[in-house]
Structure formats: C-alpha cells, structure tokens
Design a protein around this ligand. Structure first.
Ligand code: ADP
Ligand code: MG
Length: 698
C-alpha cells in the first residue's frame, strides 16, 4: 500500500525534472498514478499496411517505409513540415502543422520508420497529418506482441517521455512492484467471476504478451473499477438509511380515498397502480423514502404524484412539487388544481414571478400549516420558504436539477421529507444504477390505453410546402399544431431571427381570420408567455410557434402535430420530449422532423432512431452510446464517475455483475468487518479518499 504512494520522482528513469513534467502534464504524482496511466491503444508491430492499399482503408494505417525527403513549406503561421514517405508500393506525405521544431530533427532521410495514423485524401494525393512515427530499429518488439501506446504531448516528449519513453518508465515500475500490489477483491469474488489476479492484471494491461491476456486484464480492472463505485454508492445508501428515520405515513385516509373513489378522471393503468402501491409501502415503512420514478413521456407520472401527495396530506403533512421551468410549474399547478377542485385541499403556486403579496401569503400559510400543497420552481428552495411540516417533496424532470439542489430540499425540515424524483425521459439502466444508485427505482412501463403510436417523419427543408398543406388539413379536422425552433446559447441572435422569420412566414401562410398563431419564447415576459400558452391550450389559436420552452411537460391533448425545425440541432432526448407533446389525445398524431439536406452522420442516426421507435428507453440507450454518460448527466454530475477503463455506455453486463457483487457483499457484511473482507475495505477507504466526489452522490 505504502509502496504505491511513493512519489514518482524516486522511480528509476524519472528524477525531479521529469517528475515535474509528469505532475503538470499528466497529473501523475505517485507510483499508483503511473500504474493507472493506461495505454489508450495497442499496436501489433508485426502487421503492416501498404501505401497502395490506403484508399480502401477507412481506419488508421500502420506503414513501414523510408523517409525520402523532409521540407518546411509555407511561411510563418501557415508553415508546415512535409516528409515524403515511401514503401515498396508507393509514396505518401506526412504532414505536421505543430511542433515542427522537435519533429524535424527526428526525421532522417534514408532511414526506415514505422508510421501510424489516419490517411486523408487531398485531391489525388494522400497524406497523414501528425502521424506517430518511430525509427524501425528502435522498435524491439517480438512479432505478435502488442505494443502499448500512451498519451503524450509536446512537453512530455521534450523530456523524452513520448509513448516509448513512458513505456520505459512503466516497465521500470512494474519491475519493482512485483509482489507489492495488494489484491483488492475477495477470493470468492475472484473465483466466481474468474478474474485475473490484480498485480498480474497491471502487468498485462501495460505489457500484454498476447491478446487473450490483455482481454482478461481489462475485464479484471474494469470490474474492479465498477465494483468499488457500486460499493461506495450502496454503502452510502445503507448509512443514510440508518441515519435518517422516515416519517411514517401509516394510513391512507379520507383525501386519498375520496379522490380515488369519486374524482379519479380515469382508471389507473396497471403500471400506475403497481407504482402507487410500491410508494405507499415505502412511505409506511418507517424508512426514509428516496425514490426515482421513471416513465416514458406521457406515461402518467403526474397522477401518481398527486396520489402520493394525498397520502402525505392524509397523514397531516405538507407536500411540494418542484419543476424546472415556470411554464411547467404553472401547468402542474393548473392540472393538479383541476384534479383536486372538488376537494378541500389548499394549493398554491410559487415562482420567480409571483407577486410580493402572493409570496407573503404563501410564506405565512406555509409556516402556520394551512397550506397543503406548494407547487413551484427553484423559488421553493429559497431560505424564506419555510414549511410547518414538509413530509413529501416531489421533484419533476430531475435531470435539470443538480444533486446540490436535491439535498437543499432535504433541509426544509428537521427530519428530511420523503423524496420522489420523477424523470422527464427515461435514463438508461446503467446510468440510473450509477447516478441514482442511492435511490430506489420505480418504473411506469405502460402507456394509458387508447394511445395511437405517433407517426414520425423526417423531411428535408425542400418538402416544406407539402408539410404546410398537411398542417392545413389537420387544422381543418380541428387539430392543433406545434412548430418548434431550436435555441442554442451560442447562436441566440441567429436563432431568434429564424424563429421570428418562421413566425412571419407561418402567419402569412395561415392568415387571420381563419387561423390564429401563438408564439412563445424565452425573451417574453412570463405573463405574456402564460397568456399565449393559455390561448393555445384552450383552442383559441391553432398553431403554436415556440422555442424549446415547451419541451418539458406541456399538455395540450388536442394538439396532434409536432413540427421540429432544424431538428438536426436537437439531441435525441430533446426530440423525444418534444414528440411527447403530441399523441396525448385519442387522435392519430404526427411528428415531423425538418432538417437541411446535408446532415452529419450522427444527426442522420438521430433522425433514423426517432423515425424507427417511440420507446423512450430504447432511445435513451442509443443516446448514451452516441454521447457518453458525461454529456447526458450534465457536467455537474459527470465528475462523479471518472472511470479510467470502464465505459458506462458499453460495459453493460459488467456493470450489472459489479453491482450485484457489491450488493451481495454488503448484504452479508454491511460494515465490512469480516476479516476476509479487509482487502476490500482497505481499498474502498483508499478510493473514497481519492475521490471526494463520491460523497456527493446522494
Ligand atoms: P408524464 O409522465 O409525461 O408526466 P402526464 O402525467 O402528463 O405524463 O400524463 C400524460 C397524459 O396522460 C395526461 O393527459 C394525463 O391526463 C393522461 N393520463 C394519465 N394517466 C392516465 C390513465 N390512467 N388513463 C388515461 N389517461 C391518463
Ligand atoms: Mg410530466
């Protein structure tokens, strides 16, 4: 253990100067850090491509050949270094735009080199920009053996720490660490999953002698990474449950029963019933509830929330619902007020634009306890908002709130309220297990009856006339239409121009008095926004032109067409959210994705996915593979899982195995006090110290 903490300076081949560069450029400070400086790629040095074959190879190529000339071309800023490189079959150019000073002296005409990189075509010529290049005689790797490639950079290379230099010092490290890298998993786990031993795994990942060993080493180290992450999350969950007593909502009382018997607007779906039961059981258990409610757009999460609020009220507690945007908060307030209008329950709305007078009544009634339900935005989190006895806090559309905000709600009471988090769109299971591992999960996996599949169509801009004709036909049938424009932070000005241009041309195409068009965007006053929304919701206007402010939650069942302009600028979950605004009534609904003709490969895949499926869980999986977990969960949370090897998007099966193993272990030994689990315990403590982020997971 102590050995791995040794400062890198003391490793053979490093010394103070290189140590400083390693600190700064690679964040490598200790032996342990260097051990975890993994290769990002391996090269089989015995296999070469030939220059003549390059046009048919889409990926990187490895060539063996001779440098025949080296030349600096162009002046000052446009200067580049060009080398002609020749093998038995042809010639290709190697080009450098940066670092010319230190690359040039390494290129000697007439000498044989190994070159690795991606070839690009320029006119009839091919070149490789910034290739990896090594003198052939220096590469002393037996055939069939894999050579590790490490990330380097100008400053590291200048100190002799290019990939080869790094490989050298890592070899030195591995030579002195034999027998000093302790095992971190129990023998049971190692046997059960047939894992490679830890110290051998480090050997193999840095210096693999064959690809089978490399695979096993990778699997072992990924498993370990995921296992300790899951162990930390689940350990915290146990600790939290021990520390925090939950309010006991022992009975389902008058409010719930009256509503359920007399005012329920429709029969609950099987899934809604199941989830309500799950939550009811939680609330009555005496444990603190911390639950994630997942359900696809339109699956009816609001009603589940309302039923739970009534249980809280029946037990003498107040409850609140927090939404990420004002429009959504208003919408929830309207829906819930409508649902509960026959009942003697008091409800208020609190947002950033609530009047002073309103606020002050809310503050008073909340504190004295006469206000039962408070619905609002972030405004709920302000310190002046004090409850008499908040028993249940519901958060809608979680991914917009950070972890810190969630925990702020906890502090609204001496004893934390039960927490129910509702997601806007499904989250892939592996992410839910990791980012919400401290939460129990309920899933509504069934849509209300009678819904027709929304038909999704991808149209290029030139098909607009046809689309407008279609809109006209739908409106004649009495339907309503959304037309949504993107609004991207960086190009706000242009986007607003597009929006206004669009609004004008739509107003021209659909003129008064037969048609009325609403517009809603972020620059409007919230009273105006609400007025326009209301106009549309009540059918006074037939078309709603908007930016993504309507993305989440808005509910107008008579709207049957969603047109998304510049759909290529939207992410998958956003598109799915937008599509979820229609298909809420009994009519056949449509989603039309308008894009320009030229699309990136990813944009094309997004459109194809949307056209292919309506299943939010499936879309979430595609999204995860395309964007990676950091992007999906937002920057605030991505730091939590700083995984070096495992990939939350790809290592599905391993994540499940690791979680099961962690949970099993904690079930047998929650405090890891059994001597046979000491290795695990030590490693967990060590990692918790290294990753203070983990303490923020819940
Ligand atoms: P989301 O899960 O996206 O928040 P909502 O709660 O807004 O979905 O519900 C979507 C629509 O489905 C609403 O119009 C709601 O009234 C309706 N709805 C909810 N539950 C049922 C049900 N059991 N039967 C029929 N319609 C329902
Ligand atoms: Mg909703």
């Amino acid at each position: 253990m102590e050995f791995l903490k040794t400062t890198i300076e003391y490793l053979k081949g490093v010394g103070p100067l290189r140590a400083e560069t390693l600190n700064k450029e690679a964040r490598v400070f200790t032996f342990n850090d260097l051990l975890h400086y993994f290769p990002f790629r391996y090269v089989d040095r015995s296999v070469f491509h030939q220059v003549i074959d390059i046009p048919g190879i889409p990926s990187e190529v490895q060539l063996k050949g001779v440098v025949t000339s080296v030349q600096e071309v162009g002046a000052s800023r446009k200067k580049r270094l060009v080398a002609q490189f020749k093998d038995d079959t042809g010639v290709i150019e190697l080009v450098w735009f940066k670092g010319i000073k230190w690359v040039k002296p390494t290129l000697i005409v007439g000498k044989t080199y190994l070159v690795y990189g991606k070839a690009n075509q320029y006119g009839s010529k091919w070149n490789i920009a910034h290739p990896e290049i090594d003198p052939y005689e220096k590469v002393k790797v037996p055939s069939g053996m894999l050579q590790p490639i490490y990330h380097s950079g100008e400053k590291l290379s200048a100190k002799g720490l290019n990939t080869r230099g790094i490989e050298k010092i890592i070899r030195n490290l591995l030579a002195v660490s034999k027998g000093k890298i302790p095992e971190s998993l129990t023998q049971d786990i190692i046997d059960k999953h047939k894992l490679m031993e830890r110290d051998f795994a480090y050997q193999c990942i840095h210096i693999p002698t064959n690809s089978a060993d490399l695979k096993k080493a990778l699997m072992r180290l990924k498993f370990e990474e995921l296992f300790f992450l899951q162990l930390a999350i689940n350990k915290q969950k146990i600790t939290a449950q021990r520390k925090i007593k939950g309010y006991v909502f022992s009975s389902v009382g008058d409010c719930f029963n009256e509503f359920y018997k007399s005012h329920l607007p429709f029969e609950l779906t099987g899934a809604q019933k199941r989830v309500v039961k799950q939550i009811r059981k939680d609330l009555g258990s005496g444990l603190h509830m911390n639950r994630l409610l997942q359900g696809d757009v339109g699956s009816g999460k609001t009603l589940v929330a309302v039923l739970n609020m009534l249980i809280a009220i029946d037990n003498g507690y107040q409850t609140c619902l927090m939404a990420p945007t004002e429009i959504l908060a208003i919408q929830h307030f309207n829906t819930i007020s409508e649902l509960l209008k026959e009942m003697s329950v008091s409800i208020e709305l609190l947002t950033g634009s609530s009047s002073k007078a309103k606020r002050s009544t809310i503050h008073t009634t909340l504190k004295e306890g006469s206000l039962n339900i408070l619905i609002g935005t972030h405004a709920l989190l302000e310190d002046v908002v004090e409850f008499k006895n908040l028993g249940l806090a519901i958060i809608d559309e979680q991914h917009r709130f950070g972890v810190a905000q969630r925990s702020k709600l906890w502090k609204k009471n001496t004893q934390p309220p039960h927490i129910l988090v509702m997601t806007a769109t499904p989250i892939p299971r592996t992410l839910a297990m990791t980012f919400y591992g401290d939460l129990d999960v309920s899933v509504i996996d069934e849509m209300p009856p009678g819904r027709k599949e929304i038909k999704t169509i991808h149209q290029f801009d030139k098909g607009r006339l046809k689309v407008f004709q279609f809109v006209e036909d739908e409106i004649k049938k009495g339907r309503q239409v959304y037309i949504v424009y993107p609004l991207i932070e960086e190009s706000q000005k242009l986007d607003y121009k597009d929006l206004m241009d669009g609004f004008e041309s739509i107003s021209r195409r659909f003129p008064l008095p037969n048609y009325r068009v609403s517009i809603v965007h972020g620059k409007m006053k919230s009273a105006d926004k609400e007025y326009e929304m209301q106009q549309f919701a009540t059918g006074q206007t037939q078309i709603m032109v908007a930016t993504t402010v309507i993305e989440v939650g808005v509910n107008v069942p008579n709207a049957s067409v969603m047109i998304v302009e510049s759909a290529e600028k939207f992410g998958l979950s956003q598109l799915h959210q937008l599509r979820g605004r229609v298909g809420r009534g009994a009519e056949q609904s449509y989603c039309i994705l308008m894009t320009s003709y030229k699309l990136s490969e990813e944009a094309r895949l997004r459109m194809e996915t949307m056209v292919r499926t309506n299943d939010g869980f499936e879309i979430a999986e595609v999204d995860l593979r395309m964007r990676g977990p950091g992007d999906i969960m937002g920057t605030q949370q991505s730091g939590i899982v700083d995984l070096k090897l495992a990939d939350l998007a790809k290592d599905n099966q391993l994540i499940h195995l690791a979680r099961d193993a962690a949970q099993q272990l904690l079930k047998e030994d929650p405090d890891l006090t059994n001597p046979k689990n000491f290795l695990v315990r030590n490693e967990l403590i060590r990692q918790m110290k290294l990753k203070p982020n983990w303490s923020r997971i819940s």
